[in-house]
Write a protein that binds this ligand. Sequence first.
Ligand SMILES: *Cc1c(COP(=O)(O)O)cnc(C)c1O
Length: 401
Amino acid sequence: MHDENDINGDWGPATLAVRAGHRRTAEQEHSEPIFPTSSFVYDSAAEAARKFGGDEPGNIYSRFTNPTVQTFERRLAALEGGERCVATASGMSAILATALALLTAGDEIVASRSLFGSTVSLFDKYLSKLGITTRYVELSNLDDWAAALTPKTRLMFAETPSNPLAEVVDIAALSKLARHHGAWLAIDNCFLTPALQRPLALGADLVIHSATKYLDGQGRAVGGAVVGADALLEEVHGVVRTCGPCMSPFNAWIFTKGLETLGLRMRAHCANAMALAQWLDEHPAVERVHYCGLLQHPQHALACRQQDDFGAVLGLVVKGGREAAWSVIDATRLLSITGNLGDAKTTITHPATTTHGRLSEQQKAAAGIEEGLIRLAVGLEDLVDIRRDLARGLDALPASG
Ligand SMILES: *Cc1c(COP(=O)(O)O)cnc(C)c1O
């Protein structure tokens, strides 16, 4: 049978990325269509009653389900190896919907300290209002995780590799710990994407995405997703359906087409990042490079085992602190000075005064956010051009002389 409904987990990842999830309409369209409609109609009052009553599957209203959004959900679920995916309006609403679906007052989250800033704000400022408290641990220290778990811990939450120091945690070990304690493990897989890391296969219960980053990969739209087993995702979908942080069909179409080139793009991102990390590591003005692809990285062996490649976000520490870091950033003519990442365009930022600027000096020190630290999210430009753009500032530093 020649029917794309057949495309499922038995096919290779590149095939799934290009074809999974599209259910052709009667028009026999080749490319995935957009359904920009808020609601759907019925042939009869009886059909409407059956659909509203849940006795018959089908679309009712685009806050509940939309065919374009479902195409994206099926495709991402296939790539992550999950039973079901629920798309959301943003990465943050994916995390919010997960927390609202799974947690209740009195529950505790144990999370890695090196999380995306807004995730920490969500946990500390808003979930705390609902009586959900969060303890933070050092990402790569399994003893630290184990010590923080209590009978009230319901959710463990981590990003690996971390931003911007590229620390890595053993997902299989964390998931064992979670299972033993009756907690769920959620992994924010933004930095590697299913093209390079599949946390569900390593035992995680949920994968979280900011589709805004590499899934789109071209900086066009904001969106998010949660992937995992049907029973958990049914709860997440309930939150999205009722509370409303649903993905728009236009954005879902962008992300669906983004997934088609995800594997190719990630390979190219990683190749540029690896070459750049090695070059920076040799540069006399650079004190240290944080990249899990480098041999001296403390979790390099784990990264080799757990990941297909090392990602494209790296940190470099220049000699001379903030002044030196800012001068390197300001000397660029090509790279984009912005806190965003996961884009074809290389971005450069100074974490201590931007993405991590609200941390106290003590918190910065604990998180390794030094004044000389620069974060690069390496894009798809020609490597020689990225290197030349960075060399302009680096070569001018006194430490190079
Ligand atoms: C950007 C990001 C988020 C939040 O996603 P939005 O789409 O901006 O809401 C969450 N986690 C990580 C790791 C991110 O980089």
